[in-house]
Design a protein around this ligand. Sequence first.
Ligand SMILES: *[C@@H]1O[C@H](CO)[C@@H](O)[C@H](O)[C@H]1NC(C)=O
Ligand SMILES: *[C@@H]1O[C@H](CO)[C@@H](O)[C@H](O)[C@H]1NC(C)=O
Ligand SMILES: *[C@@H]1O[C@H](CO)[C@@H](O)[C@H](O)[C@H]1NC(C)=O
Length: 347
Amino acid sequence: MGDLFMLWVAVGMCCATFRVSAWSVNNFLITGPKAYLTYTTSVALGAQSGIEECKFQFAWERWNCPENALQLSTHNRLRGATRETSFIHAVSSAGVMYTITKNCSMGDFENCGCDESKNGKTGGHGWIWGGCSDNVEFGERISKLFVDSLEKGKDARALMNLHNNRAGRLAVRATMKRACKCHGISGSCSIQTCWLQLASFREMGDHLKAKYNRALKIELDKRRLRAGNSAEGRWAPAEAFLPSAEAELIFLEESPDYCTRNASLGIYGTEGRECLQAGRNTSRWEHRSCGRLCTECGLHVEGRRTEAVSSCHCKFHWCCTVRCEQCRREVTKYYCARAPASVRPPG
Ligand SMILES: *[C@@H]1O[C@H](CO)[C@@H](O)[C@H](O)[C@H]1NC(C)=O
Ligand SMILES: *[C@@H]1O[C@H](CO)[C@@H](O)[C@H](O)[C@H]1NC(C)=O
Ligand SMILES: *[C@@H]1O[C@H](CO)[C@@H](O)[C@H](O)[C@H]1NC(C)=O
């Protein structure tokens, strides 16, 4: 996983959310050139928003983007090169680019702002460029500078990480949208001015999740790897066999099934995880989570009655407060539990 954890160190610095161990605090974010320091906090926030998106996207999966996975994987012997690793790299790299780009549009930095290079030019039928287009180029550069430079190795894993970092940044670009404003006599909209803006970070996350689902496994030539010259030239693993793969996530190793706890690999296992039974609100994917997390892992689904407290009977009082009562109702939540010994399958 390279030194992605270094970003986590930075995240820990800014938000005191994550524990930092002493061995990891030797990174350039602290000791590096002064110019970097201007962006450090924003870079850390960006990486954090990437990880939060990862947690959202994987909330109902066996692997649910645990914090420890990143920390453990910085030990060399455990460096993963799985599909999940590819997602973490892409989403963090995208998060940094996204945040820095937003910062530019908000005028947070002196040396970047909106991209207004095309303003005034005709964009298409009935519209011209105008307004504040998000300046993704700058965000892209900063993300590359910070995130890619954490990759110090020259091996296949490093190349994989660099590729996925880039795929993450391409996803930010790919999900950009045109937004427009109407002009003309009394809103007749005879002419529009348009600008390019970032999609919501959630949309970008959905886009990357789809890429995760169809990530490509790269078969490596083991002999060549052992000889240590896999970084020769500009070896671009995916492009080697699929020219259109630059925006795709790639991985080198099959994932474990993530069912069973294995502390030394940083895998929690799914025992004790909550899952969702068919409900009015659940998407089909969430809907299947009890199967995925519990039964397909040899666990059974256990319902537990709990009391949920929520606001209800809210009344508006003149002026201007809303008072509510607290209502309690019983809800059933579902968890993966070890099957009773008598029905446990042999082995
Ligand atoms: C960049 O944006 C984030 C929120 O998107 C904000 O918290 C942070 O303070 C901004 N950075 C700067 C330098 O203003
Ligand atoms: C955890 O994984 C390692 C590496 O695959 C394996 O050697 C070990 O036996 C596993 N431990 C458990 C408790 O399954
Ligand atoms: C269903 O979704 C709505 C909006 O997304 C939310 O307000 C509501 O609490 C959800 N209901 C349940 C039972 O989860």
